[in-house]
Ligand binder design. Structure first.
Ligand SMILES: [Zn+2]
Length: 445
């Protein structure tokens, strides 16, 4: 098959990727017209400048929440949903090259954002540019939409929807190939209750991962320790505290992890009479599908619900349990919410919603999914079927939009990690796939 992409397009994509990786666009304090910090706004402005140089018309939200760049004609809009914000570098001593300086080495590019999502954004830009250079005309407007709060609360897209109209179809280049046609609903909640004078409990680092450590301190340490041993759970005693070990994994895959919080609570049920401990240690235990708490939620299209009691804090003042739930696409939030409220009430726990993202589902037989899949298969020869995911991309913020690339099954997933890296050969392949797919969906027939 003839490719639209030339070496020049690949080089230009790398050079422009360097420019935006150079801006440390992680969430910081708001300043005027930059709700997520000056650096986040600067990266958006730089990105818009890059698109403008390539012949796109651009727009920056006056309040600084989002921007977009457009090319093509027609009344329909094909959206490409990207984000310019990144997560922080993390422990910089673990980086072999500077996090916010893109380094090209051994056929790969390294730096924060090269996989998530600045690299795929540049690949998609030069895929469209290659079509323009080949004289392809578009029968739709191709609109790249740049969010700036994807790694946090998606407030950019909330503003976009307040101020702009939606798209007719689109992709989010922010996940995996071949194509993700269903993403589960995402509900994050806190259950709060009274604390304890007898012990303190602290476990888990964030709502989107399974807790790999839970820490106990209190007078009855020998008994809790004995119970942990009896259960055969991995733990360590250090400075008059017990550190229970789990296995961390992304919340969407919670059943494949080991939850340190519920393990510690399970041991504590033999020693303490405390409602929240009972809820965690007698009801939930190792159940990462929530069946024991809210019953079974499972469907053909997207599998079983996942349930992760991700964070637990119990101290003198209060109990606070953070839960991450991924809901199969055919169920509604309210079904889960009501059941969880009821279950919590029995244990004196009050329900408080933290975040909710609606699910995504575009039928496999739709024009969008079949065309994307065919383009992917024709370019790569990889015949894998469309996928479902518990992960969340901007695709779910728009109707008729799916996640499409840019990672292959051979790609080492380094998103959010030190030494984030993308192989240039994969970046080139991604450009070919995007060009072919957008040509088929938006090229004037
Ligand atoms: Zn992303």
């Amino acid at each position: 098959m003839k490719s639209f992409i030339t070496e020049l397009h690949k080089e230009a994509a790398i050079n422009d990727l360097r420019r935006i990786v150079g801006v440390p666009s992680y969430l910081q304090k708001a300043v005027e017209r930059a709700p997520f910090g000056q650096d986040v706004l600067d990266s958006l402005v730089e990105c818009l400048a890059i698109f403008k140089e390539q012949g796109f018309s651009t727009y920056l939200d006056p309040e600084g929440y989002y921007g977009y760049a457009e090319v093509g004609q027609g009344t329909e809009i094909f959206g490409v949903l990207c984000h310019m914000d990144v997560v922080p570098a993390g422990d910089e001593s673990l980086w072999e090259t500077p996090a916010f300086e893109a380094t090209v080495k051994d056929g790969a590019i390294i730096g924060r954002g090269v996989q998530d999502d600045k690299g795929p954004t540049m690949a998609a830009l030069y895929a469209v540019k290659a079509l323009m250079d080949a004289g392809v005309e578009f029968d739709k407007k191709i609109r790249f939409i740049f969010g700036t709060d994807e790694e946090n609360l998606w407030r950019c897209m909330e503003q976009y929807h307040k101020k702009e109209k939606g798209i007719d179809m689109g992709i989010a280049p922010d996940a995996q190939f071949p194509v993700i046609y269903a993403e589960k609903g995402l509900l994050q909640v806190y259950l709060t209750g009274t604390g304890s004078d007898e012990f303190s409990f602290s476990g888990g680092a964030a709502l989107n991962v399974v807790a790999d450590t839970a820490v106990y301190s209190g007078d009855r340490l020998p008994e809790v320790s004995r119970e942990l041993s009896r259960l055969g759970y991995d733990f360590e005693e250090k400075n008059d505290k017990l550190y229970v070990k789990g296995k961390s994994i992304h919340s969407k895959d919670a059943p494949q992890g080991i939850n340190a919080n519920t393990r510690l609570a399970e041991a504590m049920t033999a020693v303490y009479d405390h409602k929240a401990i009972d809820f965690l240690g007698r009801v939930i235990k190792s159940d990462a599908n929530g069946k024991s708490v809210i019953g079974e939620f499972k469907d053909e299209a997207s599998g079983a619900l996942t349930f992760n009691a991700a964070t637990v804090e119990i101290n003198k003042n209060e109990t606070r349990i953070g839960i991450d739930i991924r809901i199969p696409v055919t169920f509604k939030k309210i079904d889960v919410e009501e059941k969880l409220k009821e279950a919590g009430e029995i244990y004196g726990l009050v329900y408080e919603e933290h975040d909710y993202l609606d699910s995504l589902y575009v039928p496999v037989e739709s024009e969008l999914v079949t065309t994307l899949l065919a383009a992917y298969r024709d370019v790569t020869g990889d015949m894998r079927e469309p996928q479902i995911s518990g992960g969340a991309t901007f695709a779910r913020t728009m109707a008729n939009c799916v996640a499409f690339g840019a990672m292959f099954d051979t790609t080492k997933d380094t998103m959010h990690q030190p030494n984030e890296i993308w192989q240039l050969a994969e970046m080139g392949k991604t450009m070919e796939i995007y060009a072919e797919a957008i040509y088929r969906l938006c090229g004037k027939k």
